[in-house]
Each structure stands twice: as C-alpha cells, then as structure tokens.
Design a protein around this ligand. Structure first.
Ligand code: AQP
Length: 321
C-alpha cells in the first residue's frame, strides 16, 4: 500500500500535478491513500485562515483530478491519533537523529525563533506513514531522508517492544519528472515561490496561464532543441508539453520551428490539461456539504485503519489500557 501527502503550503501547481497528483490518480492501487498534510504546513510562520482555505482547496483538487474520494483524507482530522503516535516515536528517536535532517538544517539555519515542530516534523511524518501501515512511500529526493528515519524508527520500535509497524521503503519517482519555474528554470516550480510569474497554478484561468507561458524564459538560440543542461528553459517547456501529451520531449522538439509556436502549443496543452480539474474543483468548492462529506468519511476510514496499530504500540511501550 502506498501513502502520499501534499502540503497546503501554497496553491497546487502544474509541477505538483504532472509530477504527483496525475500519477496518483492514474497509477494508484485501490488501497493507496493520499492526504493533505496541513499539520506539516505550520512548521514555519503561517496564516491560520489561509491554511484552512488551502487545505479545502487541495482536497478538492485531489478529488477533481480523479483520485477516488474514498482514498483521500486531511492529516489534521487524525490529529489525536497522530499526536499520540508521534509521542511514542519521539520516545524511540534520538535528538541527534532529528537534528541531522537536512531540511531542518536548511530551513532552520540562521532563523530566529525556529519552531520546535521544524525539528520534530519528520517524526510526525513517520507517524503518518506508520499509522497507516504503508509499505511504499513515493518521495522526492529531498524527502528521502525522512522516509529513512521512518524505516529506522519502525525497525527500532519493532525490535525493542514487539512487531507492530510495517517497515516502509521510499520509492523515487522516475527521473526527469521535475517541472521547473518558467521565470527561473534553475529552480523547480514551487508552491512557496516568492514570485508567482513562473508558477502555473492548477486553478489559474486560461488567459493567465497563456500569459505566464508566453513570458517563460528561453535563450538566445532560435531553433527548438531538447538540451536540458545547456538550454533549461526550452527543455522545461518541452518537458511540460511532453507531460501533457504523454510524449517524449526530444521527439516534440522537431515539431516546432520557433519558440513562439512552441509556447502557444505549451499554453494550449496546459490549459486543456488543467481545465477539467479547475472546473470540477470550482463545483466542489461551491458545494461545501459535499466536500465535508468526503473529508469526514476519509478521516473515519483513516482513523479506523490506524487504530489497532496505535493501540498496540501504546500497550507495548507501557502506556494505555
Ligand atoms: N516542480 C515539481 N515538479 C514535479 N513534481 C513536483 N512536486 C513538487 N514540486 C514539483 C511533487 O508534488 C508532490 C507534493 O509536494 P509537497 O507538498 O510534498 O511539497 P514540495 O515537494 O516541497 O512541493 P512544492 O510545491 O515545492 O512546495 P513548497 O514550496 O511548499 O516546498 C511531491 O510528490 C513532489 O515531489
């Protein structure tokens, strides 16, 4: 069973869609689970109202993109179970292990008032995984270390107290799956980018998508060629088109005689790829009752799924009844 999460740290974008959400909807098994990791979006300064709105939006986008409603849930709806299991796992984890996490060092270094949760959130991530009994966790390379921590904690707990947890393994996505920022192709497209000019959001209107694609950074060459190292802007456009058309980027390069023509084709493809998701999301957000039903049912299923593992872990570590 696979478990994947997406953090509502901003609005979902084309990279999230082509690199993750779309695959979750098309390649997932019936037992896989997908969750909106809102608790992970509060390890740095955050706005409570904004977070609540983005959590609903993200849940709606997952369902609108075709992930079956019975396979989604919101992380904070399991806050009680996850907090309890996080504590158990924190009592299985050393301070040194948590402090070694690269993301903690990167995001926390030089910052005043770093939240304790920035240090401990990999343990919460381990709880996400171990509570549901996931054996495979698709992750980007930046999260690999966190899944390794979850593996270490599962093994250690099982060895010290008794076999409760499935030991998960990270599954790396296929190479080349990264969508880059249109305005700065050296960076990946990101929800929390400071400037949204190079980020196509899943819910952007078609006109805005076209404007962003037209303004995408290319280079001083004139002919269209696929050379990701030397010509990353054009390669990114070809990767995006390939992602939307399910084709090979190098084959697509020969179709276009100018950057202008390529950009129009990319804009058309992105608009048509995102259109049904944008429309369905709007319907879902306009019907809060429906989204609420999806959310409550998802929470109940996920809580029930984890209940016996949490209870067993509590009992084995010497707590609970
Ligand atoms: N640019 C991208 N190209 C392809 N896949 C991407 N993903 C993220 N950005 C790209 C994939 O989306 C899934 C969910 O991402 P996440 O919420 O775990 O956070 P992230 O990877 O940190 O995504 P962002 O958009 O860059 O968010 P911020 O700015 O908050 O850090 C993952 O499967 C991820 O690989």
């Amino acid at each position: 069973m696979r478990l994947s999460g997406i953090t509502p740290s901003g609005h979902p974008h084309l990279g999230n869609h082509l690199g993750a959400i779309r695959r979750w909807a098309s390649d997932g098994g019936p037992g896989d689970l997908y969750f909106v990791s809102d608790l992970h979006a509060m390890t740095t300064t955050h706005n409570p109202g904004g977070l609540r709105a983005r959590t609903s939006e993200m849940l709606a986008v997952l369902v609108a993109a075709g992930i079956p409603a019975e396979q989604v849930f919101v992380q904070s709806d399991l806050a009680r179970e996850l907090s309890a299991l996080t504590w158990v796992l924190e009592c299985t984890c050393s301070y040194g292990e948590a402090a070694r996490m690269i993301q903690f060092k990167e995001k926390g270094s030089g910052q005043a008032g770093v939240r304790l949760s920035l240090l401990t959130y990999p343990v919460l991530m381990a709880a996400d995984i171990l509570l549901q009994g996931a054996d495979e966790v698709p992750v980007g390379e930046d999260q690999n270390q966190h899944v390794e921590l979850a593996r270490a904690l599962a093994r250690r707990f099982n060895g010290a107290y008794g076999e409760v947890f499935t030991v998960p393994r990270p599954v790396l996505p296929p190479t080349g799956a990264r969508v880059r920022d249109l305005a700065d192709p050296a960076r990946k497209m990101s929800k929390s980018a400071r400037d949204a000019a190079g980020v196509v959001f899943v819910l952007d209107e078609p006109d805005l998508i076209r404007r962003k694609v037209r303004r995408a950074v290319t280079d001083a060459f004139t002919e269209v060629a696929y050379a990701p190292e030397e010509r990353s802007g054009v390669a990114n456009l070809l990767d995006i088109l390939a992602g939307c058309r399910d084709a090979r980027p190098a084959d697509l390069a020969t179709e276009f005689s100018s950057y202008g023509a390529l950009k129009e084709a990319v804009a058309d493809a992105v608009i048509e790829t995102l259109r049904p998701i944008r429309e369905r999301t709007a319907e879902l957000l306009a019907d809060p009752g429906e989204l609420d039903r999806v959310r409550k049912a998802g929470a109940a299923r996920a809580a029930e799924r984890g209940e016996h593992r949490l209870n067993s872990a509590m009992r084995l570590i010497g707590a609970g009844t």
